[in-house]
Design a protein around this ligand. Sequence first.
Ligand code: FE2
Length: 198
Amino acid sequence: MEKPPLPAARKFVDRIRALYAQNLEADKLWAEIRVTMGPLLADPQLIESSKTWPLTVEGAPKVKNLLFYEDPDYGFVFNATVRKAKSVTSVHDHGDVWTLYGLIEGHETMYRYKRTDDAPRNEGPAQIEQVSCHDIGPGDVDAVPPGAIHQEHGGPENSMAFIVRAQKAGTFKQRTYDLETGDVRLNDGPTLIPHVLS
Ligand SMILES: [Fe+2]
């Protein structure tokens, strides 16, 4: 896939590729990518562009992502969401791949959970406990490690986020969790909408 036309996003692709080429441990790699995301999120052209993106998340279960880029060699992808104000997602994970969720505009609250049972990961029944909750605003990056269980709550206004994932949604399974029944469901993640980032 061609690099996105937006200059700051092209630069971000080059920086990530240079980091992958160093063969870092995954934790270190994603910590470094997170640092290099700062200038992108502050880029005036990206902020302008995000104002034209269509609404993608209206709450569970209707989740879509814009797809800007998939790297032909390393497989990482650039996505985006426009989250409806006050919407609440399912409790879910992003499968066993890294995600960096960088907010461009608006505010969100991220709830974090952990599993306390020994049932099979993909089957359950799962016992889930909330462990934390934190607010994010423009320029903040929420790092979601492989398997981390969470829920996103939209703020008082719609919010836009730029997302880096280690793999394209649909190439691995993600899980949603029912807190009351312990039901674990596998799914292919958000529906992808190819979009030119310019
Ligand atoms: Fe999520």
